[in-house]
Write a protein that binds this ligand. Sequence first.
Ligand SMILES: C[S@@+](CC[C@H](N)C(=O)[O-])C[C@H]1O[C@@H](n2cnc3c(N)ncnc32)[C@H](O)[C@@H]1O
Length: 216
Amino acid sequence: MKEIFDNIFKEGNKIYTKNLAPGRKVYTERFVSVDGLEYREWDRTKSKLSAAITNGIKEVPIKKGTKVLYLGASTGTTVSHVSDIIESHGIVYAVEFAKRVLKNIFSVASARNNIVPILADARKPGDYYWVENVDVVYCDVAQPDQTRIAIDNTKYFGAHYIMIAIKSQSIDVTKNPDDVYKEQIDILEKNGFEVVDWVKLDPYEKDHCFIVAKRL
Ligand SMILES: C[S@@+](CC[C@H](N)C(=O)[O-])C[C@H]1O[C@@H](n2cnc3c(N)ncnc32)[C@H](O)[C@@H]1O
């Protein structure tokens, strides 16, 4: 197992995180044991951050101890790997507006001490104003205005980084995905962010890209 980013490991062409809740699975991930430690395979077909890392994104600002505001938590697949990476000194505030899927996050969070599930609309950061300032806003809400949603949350909670998964078809089905990606990058740059790196997620997620941007 080779550590490629802080607390993110690679073996062959697969990536892994160390299980913060040993013995507990979150989805259908495989466990691998190395030197008495349990690692969870991070399935790149089920998590866009895993696909971005597999496709060679150069920077991952989520590390041990990072505070993350995660928008679009869904059932907690990616949130659980973020929780593994940040360990007990970090925290992930997991925002999701669909009650049915958030239920699953409660069960994931019950075995870990660093996930705070929040039932809220990511377009209204004032509804979760009590969240402390964070280091990173991670956004995967698959909405046409999601870059704006990410920027607003970053400013509200003082974050230094945005990590965002862009689904071209959620933004404009009629446009060429490359043009959609460029437009989202322009929005970030015009709002005081420097795009540190971005990668396409094909073949794991068709017509998606993943952007890491830093607030200037
Ligand atoms: C593509 S899924 C997220 C997958 C998840 N990030 C993962 O990797 O495991 C998008 C999620 O965003 C949620 N969502 C969409 N719009 C939202 C909003 N305005 N506020 C909060 N959640 C939202 C949806 O209910 C859905 O669960």
